[in-house]
Design a protein around this ligand. Structure first.
Ligand code: GUN
Ligand code: ZN
Length: 478
């Protein structure tokens, strides 16, 4: 049995680099997305051109709606589900100490943690996020609730308990180094698909997640490195924060370099965490490793990320909120590192990926633009990102960052059908703008302008369906 979803389709076809996303943009205003019983795509194209073999299929007509690949959020914090918009009275480190560490401690209560897991999965479904790379809670019961709820609802997640072996005295999340390794191993054994057969069909995966280098000891990094080495061939992931806050002396980057006495922050994750960047353990870098922010990497760090196949989770909303600056788009792309989008919720106060792409566009068209007129820079960093580059960053780049580009991220035939249906009739401004906006007679320009508005003006309320592997997901409210 084949099901055809009719609607206005956009996706990034094939496997382009971000710089070739515009050429790879596929557009079918009267489109058909045909899916077989196993949830795989058998056709994506014009409704009128569908193969005769599809006659007799069940048809779901999303009349007037847009169909895009499911959004992939490569950096989000589950235990911060109720702490967006938290006032920390400063930048990253003040916000962590004053708001985030105490909030995350609330998940020690199992009832609270259950509510948090439920709400988290509801939000992913309501916002069309079909896959999330998630910083988890330090509490095993909270992690169990999240994995169980994601499994029940059919959501894709990669998640791992946040490891802290250094934390304020009052923190409930700190463990010893031995306990940290024991708990991470237990989580992998319980929730990660350990065989190749299981991995091919799994939707939930485990990551090793030291909160950031300042939250762990060199001994923890060495032990987690050994653990990662033991499991990395079985598809276990790694994620952490890198080069986020550049405030001189007291900020995250300078503090990390001072504590570890290393030449570069990345060295702490690359096995070179001993003084003088000497090797002290195994590297976490690789094609299933994602580093959040990377707003202040050196050229050498970017080159090392690229060469190792690691990806960046770019979190523009959070970077604005926490005064982190922004990831330099041109330089990072030029270095060849894959850039995917991240909400960094609750450091970012926005869950909905199109709105994070909206911030991404604004951050980079404004990048390096000075306040005064006198000092307009000669090395202009401003870039007007193409709407296809935005769509790529919010979908296919995320699948690539998670080394699952062969399974989802676009509508190529054979992939699993993860998609989001956006219904303009649910938001008057959206509907009226898309209907009445100027349509350039040059088809390509009309296409690009339409996709741009579809992304930039979308609000969570327009999401009318979120599908993973062809199946519509249900929230706790049905
Ligand atoms: N660095 C360490 N922990 C965090 C966190 O929770 N959010 C962000 N944005 N940065 C971090
Ligand atoms: Zn984060």
């Amino acid at each position: 049995m084949i099901t055809i979803h009719k609607g206005h389709i956009f996706h990034i076809a094939g496997a382009p680099m971000v710089t070739a996303a515009a050429e790879a943009l596929a557009w079918f205003p009267n489109g058909a997305l045909a899916i077989d019983r196993s949830g795989r795509i058998v056709y994506c194209g014009n409704w009128a051109d569908r193969p005769a073999g599809l006659d007799g299929s069940q048809v779901i007509d999303h009349h007037g709606c847009y169909i895009l690949p499911g959004f992939v959020d490569t950096h989000m914090h589950f235990p911060q589900v109720f702490c967006a918009g938290a006032y920390g009275g400063g930048q990253l480190l003040e916000w962590l100490n004053n708001c985030v560490f105490p909030s995350e401690g609330l998940l020690a209560d199992p009832e609270y943690a259950r509510t948090a897991a439920n709400e988290w999965c509801d939000r992913m479904i309501n916002s069309g996020t079909t896959m999330g790379l998630i910083f988890g809670s330090a509490f095993p019961h909270a992690q169990d609730f999240l994995f169980e709820t994601a499994r029940e609802r059919g959501l894709r997640i990669v998640c791992g308990r946040g490891v802290e072996t250094i934390a304020p005295e009052w923190s409930k999340q700190r463990t010893t180094e031995e306990e940290a390794v024991r708990l991470v191993r237990a989580e992998i054994e319980k929730w990660h698909p350990l065989t190749p057969e299981a991995r091919k069909v799994a939707l939930q995966f485990v990551a090793i997640v030291p909160r950031f280098s300042l939250s762990v000891t060199p001994k923890t990094l060495a032990a987690l490195g050994d653990l990662y080495h033991e499991y990395r061939d079985r598809g276990v992931y790694f994620t952490s924060h890198l080069n986020e806050n550049a405030r001189p002396k007291t900020g995250e980057i300078d503090s990390t370099k001072a504590v570890y006495k290393v030449a570069a922050y990345l060295d702490t994750y690359d096995g070179k965490f001993l003084p003088g960047s000497q090797v002290g353990g195994k590297s976490f870098l690789g094609k299933r490793s994602v580093f959040a922010h990377c707003a202040h990497c050196t050229d050498k760090e970017l080159a090392r990320l690229a060469e190792s196949g690691s990806s960046i989770a770019h979190c523009p909303v959070s970077q604005l909120f926490l005064g982190s600056g922004t990831m330099p788009w041109r330089r990072t792309v030029a270095a060849g590192v894959n850039i995917a989008i991240g909400s960094d919720y609750g450091g970012g106060d926005e869950f909905f990926v199109p709105q994070i792409l909206n911030a991404c566009f604004k951050a980079h068209i404004s990048e390096g633009i000075p306040v005064g007129m006198d000092s307009y820079p000669s090395d202009d960093q401003s870039i007007s990102l193409h709407p296809a580059e935005l769509l790529f960053t919010g979908t296919l780049a995320g699948a690539r960052a998670l080394d699952q580009e062969d399974r989802f991220g676009n509508f190529d035939v054979g992939k699993e059908a993860d998609f989001v249906v956006m219904d303009p009739s649910k938001c008057n401004t959206y509907a009226m703008t898309l209907k009445h906006m100027y349509k350039n007679p040059v088809t390509k320009l009309a296409r690009d302008a339409q996709l741009f508005a579809v992304i930039m003006l979308a609000r969570e309320s327009v999401v009318s369906g979120t599908y993973v592997r062809g199946r519509k997901l249900k929230t706790s409210k049905g």
